[in-house]
Design a protein around this ligand. Structure first.
Ligand code: GRF
Length: 213
């Protein structure tokens, strides 16, 4: 019986995608997996409570300390040091994979390079099609583009994380239809429902690829 694959999940908010991973961990959809750590960059993220309720070790990585105490007035240095420390926090737990499930910070090379050296892939869930609406508020931007007739569909993807935001190689992409006169919140709900499935599939695919290496 081979040991469970170990994942660390990075969150910033509600944690509904973390919850999808928790609910499917150990089922045929996501077999032989242990969520070894949840790290949040928001002290009040509800996802922290979801982790605690599931008996998963969770930590708050506090950026304010870096910005106010260590690097007042130098946001770039604060973020680089913060991300370097985040990398060490992650590597210490020896995960096989890091899953960004609503981690609302751009991960700097000071995080990505140590993870690459430790051969720990990082994947991210993003609510848009490859190259379409990189960055934040992707659902709203897609909705607006649809209203203007610029797009006919949108989508979601799980992709590898590189330093260019949301530009890494997709692992799994799913198209989402757009419906004329549909309220934005209805589109958002359909997208979130689809995300909860895709994050499990994408995580499993990333882990299965590791086994084959
Ligand atoms: C998801 O829509 C994800 O695609 C985006 O942030 C949201 C996180 O939602 N990056 P939750 O915190 O997992 O509920």
């Amino acid at each position: 019986m081979s040991p469970d694959r170990r994942i660390t999940v990075l969150i910033s908010g509600n944690g509904s995608n973390l919850q999808a991973l928790i609910d499917k961990a150990g089922t045929p959809d996501l077999p032989s997996i242990t969520i070894v750590k949840v790290i949040s960059n928001r002290v009040k993220a509800y996802g922290r409570e979801r982790a605690r309720n599931a008996g998963i070790s969770e930590e708050y990585h506090n950026l304010v300390k870096y910005k106010k105490d260590l690097y007042p007035g130098d946001e770039k240095a604060a973020r680089e040091h913060y991300d370097a420390d985040l990398a060490q926090m992650v590597i210490r737990d020896k995960p096989d994979l890091v899953v960004c499930a609503g981690w609302m910070h751009i991960l700097a090379p000071t995080f990505l390079l140590p993870l690459e050296q430790a051969q720990i892939p990082v994947i991210n869930l993003h609510p848009a099609l490859p190259g379409k609406f990189n960055g934040s508020h992707a659902i709203h931007r897609a909705y607006e583009a649809f209203q203007k007739g610029e797009i006919q569909e949108t989508g979601i993807m799980v992709h590898y994380v590189i330093k260019e935001v949301d530009e890494g190689t997709p692992i799994k992409v799913e198209k989402i239809s757009m419906i004329k006169d549909e309220p934005e919140e209805n589109l958002e709900n359909r997208i979130h429902q689809a995300e909860w499935k895709l994050i499990v599939e994408g995580t499993r695919m990333a882990l299965d690829r590791l086994q084959k290496q």
